[in-house]
Design a protein around this ligand. Structure first.
Ligand code: CDP
Length: 220
């Protein structure tokens, strides 16, 4: 691939990889790719256009033709700001359903690689180190216990004013984990050369520090 450095951060839902990726990228002054957002946008666009979610070909067409822009003001789908809608739990569940279609993954592959621009990229998702950027300079696989991830997700939702029971958050996490880990294509698993970081007992800043320490070790 190219000589521009990439740090990949993969891991299960609510492992904190999005926040960690943003902070690592900000520290290094690099670009960031939230690949999950592309799957969420595909899910949202498919729902908006009333496409049959069981029709992999039709959903892949939506993915291939996504009219999307990320900027400091938000995430724009066909000219409309959709960041809040994108983060809804229901959109995440549909995203994980359509992410299991090989044609959808294929349709989004080049779009993800296009984010690779100097001076560097921090990419977060499920298959950044295994499929999208297999030659990444540093690969991190971020894990945390189901209980801790559920606690974090529950707090996030409550902070957003969404009333939800802890049991249903745990159930949702388990369903998403199961689907992401067991799909035939690009299942959630660490690349053989990934550094596994367990953040169950680490704060976000401690986790960011560990990723940056791995990066310094590679660079020196
Ligand atoms: O916030 P959360 O980690 O739950 O989800 P996300 O990273 O926004 O991704 C939403 C869904 O897209 C996940 O449940 C995955 O099924 C899928 N996804 C994927 O298959 N591959 C990626 N590289 C990123 C996300």
């Amino acid at each position: 691939m190219s000589a521009v450095s990439v740090i990949t951060i993969d891991g299960p839902t609510a492992s904190g990889k999005g926040t960690v990726a943003q902070k690592v990228a900000a520290h290094l002054g690099w670009h960031v790719l939230d690949s999950g957002a592309l799957y969420r946008l595909t899910a949202l666009a498919a729902q908006q256009q009333a496409v049959d979610l069981n029709d992999a070909q039709a959903v892949a067409e939506i993915a291939r033709n996504l009219d999307v822009r990320f900027d400091a003001q938000g995430t724009w789908l066909a000219g409309q700001e959709v960041e809040a809608q994108l983060r809804q739990e229901q959109v995440g569940l549909v995203a994980s359903q359509v992410a299991a279609y090989p044609k959808v993954r294929d349709a989004l592959l080049q779009r993800q690689r296009d984010f690779l621009q100097p001076p560097g990229l921090v990419a977060d998702g499920r298959d950044m180190g295994t499929v999208v950027f297999p030659t990444a300079t540093l690969k991190v696989f971020l894990v945390a216990s189901v209980q801790e991830r559920a606690r974090r997700r529950h707090k996030q939702l409550i902070d957003k004013g969404v009333v939800v029971k802890m049991e249903s958050v745990v159930e949702d996490l388990r369903a998403r984990d199961h689907r992401d880990q067991n799909r035939a294509i690009a299942p959630l698993q660490p690349a053989p050369d990934a550094h596994v970081i367990d953040s169950s007992y680490l704060s976000i800043d401690e986790t960011v520090a560990q990723v940056l320490a791995c990066w310094s070790n590679i660079k020196t």
